[in-house]
Design a protein around this ligand. Structure first.
Ligand SMILES: Cc1ncc(COP(=O)(O)O)c(C=O)c1O
Length: 371
């Protein structure tokens, strides 16, 4: 299979796989909270991972808390900042957040908060000045993802960070698609948080990291355990957490990590752009280097199946939206009609494909899209 669906979740990175295989074979670690040698070994794995993850974003390890993934980290972080809202009731967020943010915020709306959604245009671009124009004294929290998981479009979260810093308003950034793919200057968030998980970059799913500018008073989503210094109750998923650190190490040590997919996305685009009905959603310079989002002349489900049968994995909209016949809320927020959204295809390269795979994919994509 030529794997072009890294934004949904990539196969295990071979070096991470080898690291985990050794751990599984050694089988000497147990619960990281246990005081005996097996517990201490697990604790070392968790703390090693915390150090590596922290180093990957040039932050102190004390500011990193592990969760079951970015979804839980998003929910816990939003809940934390809203607990400090006082009498303020308005939340600002981008209109194209992942469901783990968007649907959470909608649930908070039902509990008395109001959400204002920052608009984007048909290519997924947001006006970077919107935030400074919109902040007022009722805003208790701002939430802006670093880059969109469906289109790959970068959002102006640094402009949000500047505007929020000037007013002392907390900002939460869902950086799941950017971690290790792009610089994440978290020091620009004066007060706030950012999160990500490792399974987009070759780690196991089931672990995510939350960075907090200040951990004081942070209490996870539920009671029942003092793990993670009281910030997240529940036994750590040691293997998944260890894989998160190993992913960080692999990408930090790889000299090509800064440009891991040299021109592959553009190579694919060049090979299909002449085909009838194929349109690109947003210009390459403004999107993640690994993501190509397009509209074709046929329904995306049909294309995904056809490509799957030909040995190429891509996705229709986001993985969370595929399988349901609803149009992607992200594409609807971008002003696409249902009919247009139904023809959207996401191609995302990453470590599980190589140059030859990309060449073969170009040929298969051209054949399937040209039918
Ligand atoms: C932008 C974004 N946020 C959050 C998530 C959820 O991450 P996890 O699967 O680790 O809960 C994803 C995964 O698709 C994502 O792309």
């Amino acid at each position: 299979m030529i794997f072009l669906d890294h934004n949904a979740g990539s196969p295990l990175h071979p070096r991470v796989g080898a690291f985990l295989a050794d751990l599984v074979r050694s089988a000497e670690w147990s619960n990281p909270s246990s005081p005996h040698g097996c517990g201490r070994l697990a604790r070392e794995l968790v703390e090693r991972s915390r150090e590596l993850v922290a180093r990957s974003v040039a932050q102190p390890a004390t500011r990193i808390t592990f969760f079951s993934g970015a979804s839980e980290a998003n929910a816990a972080s939003i809940s934390h900042w809203l607990s400090l809202a006082g009498s303020r009731r308005t939340i600002l967020s981008s209109a194209v957040e992942h469901p783990s943010v968007r649907e959470n915020l909608l649930a908070w709306e039902a509990k008395g908060f109001r959400v204002r959604w920052a608009p984007v245009d048909r290519s997924g671009a947001m006006d970077p000045d919107w935030i400074a124009r919109t902040l007022d004294d009722d805003i208790c929290l701002c939430v802006c993802m670093s880059a969109n998981n469906e289109t790959g479009r970068r959002l102006p979260w640094l402009a949000w960070a500047n505007a929020c810093a000037a007013r002392g308003i907390p900002l939460h950034v869902d950086a799941t698609q950017s971690w290790l793919r792009e610089d994440l200057p978290l020091d620009r968030i004066a007060r706030g948080s950012a999160c990500w998980s490792g399974h987009k970059m070759g780690g196991l799913s089931g672990a995510g990291a939350l960075w907090l500018s200040d951990t004081t008073g942070f209490h996870g989503l539920w009671e029942g355990g003092s793990q993670e210094r009281g910030r997240r109750a529940g036994t750590e998923s040691t293997l998944s957490v260890a894989s998160l650190g190993e992913v960080a190490r692999v990408w930090m040590e790889d000299p090509s990590a800064r440009d891991p997919w040299p021109g592959w996305r553009e190579r694919i685009w060049d090979s299909i752009k002449v085909l009838a009905g194929v349109e690109r959603t947003s210009p390459g310079a403004d999107t993640l280097a690994n993501t190509l989002h397009i509209r074709t002349s046929r329904r995306a489900e049909t294309m995904v199946q056809l490509l799957d049968l030909s040995g190429v994995a891509v996705s229709a909209g986001s993985a969370c939206a595929s399988g349901s016949l609803r149009p992607s809320p992200v594409l609807v927020a971008m002003g696409w009609t249902e009919e247009e959204a139904a023809r959207a295809l996401r191609i995302s390269v990453g470590h599980a494909v190589d140059g030859q795979g990309v060449e073969n994919a170009c040929e298969i994509l051209t054949r399937c899209l040209d039918r």
